[in-house]
Design a protein around this ligand. Structure first.
Ligand code: BDR
Length: 316
């Protein structure tokens, strides 16, 4: 079985990605670490537990991670995901935070990876603060990972948060810089423009029409963000206009299925830390001028039929 650690800021597409991981065959989710991001940390924790509850997987340890970026001003994506991060639909039966595990997320991650050297795949769908702290605390941590999958960054300076920047990288540029610099394990990145280009026009209705508790949950929490996505000008420009864009799920799908990525660029990457409009923007060094040995795989094309199948299974 593949051993996964998920680092999330649950948000609607994180919820979708978690559900895809839980439904994937031959995958074991060892723990989930929470990070600030789409919504403040406490909401991330609550939302993660809500997702696990509907999947009947509250046995998976959920740990509390960083509540603030390393240096950047704290921000969230409440406009898109809702103030509570999951579409602002009240849930009187939400599990309480007493279910959170006591150990700090970063320490828990390090412990599990040390106990399973070379076996753990880390999937990061949040700002990269927890991962940056992990490598500062334990410089050998990345060497012991089997692979790292990230949703974040951009390839054509089409931002979704600033002019040039994608949310996860803009929300903690220093953390993204540290991770891209110091994680020398095989690294796969699903950037923003890639996810827009591979969105799924007219798939949602069919996906959500399944008569299950999970589908009812997803229909409720995704309603707000789907309306926002369909009306967003930035997305119309590079998709058919009605794309269903679950960015985080691309990174997750690639982590659970090695045949999912069908085309990628292998290139050294870093993050711009200064600049009036460019702070947080991912920079791709195609000419090798940075002399970085480690290169990441930037996802370009994926098997969308497989993707749909994973989505369908996730709500069964
Ligand atoms: C990323 O930012 C968040 O809003 C999403 O959850 C995704 O991780 C897209 O830029």
């Amino acid at each position: 079985k593949k051993k996964l650690i998920l680092d999330v800021d649950t948000g609607v597409d994180d919820a979708q990605a978690i559900m895809v991981a839980l439904a994937a065959p031959d995958v074991e989710v060892l723990m989930i670490s929470c990070c600030h991001g789409n919504t403040p940390l406490e909401n991330v924790e609550k939302n993660t537990l809500r997702v696990l509850k509907v999947c009947k997987r509250l046995d998976i340890p959920v740990h509390s991670g960083c509540s603030l970026p390393l240096l950047a001003r704290k921000q969230n994506a409440g406009d898109y995901h809702g103030k509570d991060g999951l579409g602002d639909v009240p849930d009187p039966d939400a599990p309480g935070l007493e279910l959170l595990h006591k150990r700090n997320a970063v320490k828990a991650m390090i412990k599990i990876v040390n106990e399973n050297p070379g076996e753990v795949i880390l999937v990061a769908t949040a700002p990269l603060t927890n991962l940056a702290v992990a490598v500062e605390l334990n410089p050998n941590f990345p060497k012991k990972l089997k692979a790292l999958y990230i949703m974040g960054g951009n390839t054509e300076s089409r931002g979704n948060t600033t002019v040039c920047g994608e949310f996860n990288f803009v929300a903690d540029p220093e953390a993204a810089y540290i991770v891209l610099d110091r994680y020398t394990c095989p690294t796969y990145i699903a950037p923003w423009e890639f996810s827009c280009r591979n969105s799924l026009p007219s798939f949602c209705d069919q996906w959500l029409a399944q008569k299950t508790e999970k589908a009812a949950f997803m229909s409720k929490i995704a309603c707000l963000s789907m309306k926002k996505a369909q009306s967003a000008d930035y997305q119309k420009e590079i998709t058919e206009g009605k794309g269903f864009n679950s960015c985080d799920t691309y990174a997750m799908a690639a982590a659970v299925d090695d045949t999912f990525i069908t085309e990628s660029d292998e290139v050294a990457v870093t993050v711009e830390l200064q600049g009036t409009n460019t702070r947080g923007m991912m920079v791709l060094d195609y000419m090798g001028l940075l002399k970085k040995e480690h290169k990441a795989f930037i996802m370009k094309k994926v098997d969308l039929e497989k993707f749909k199948q994973m989505f369908m299974n996730s709500l069964k």
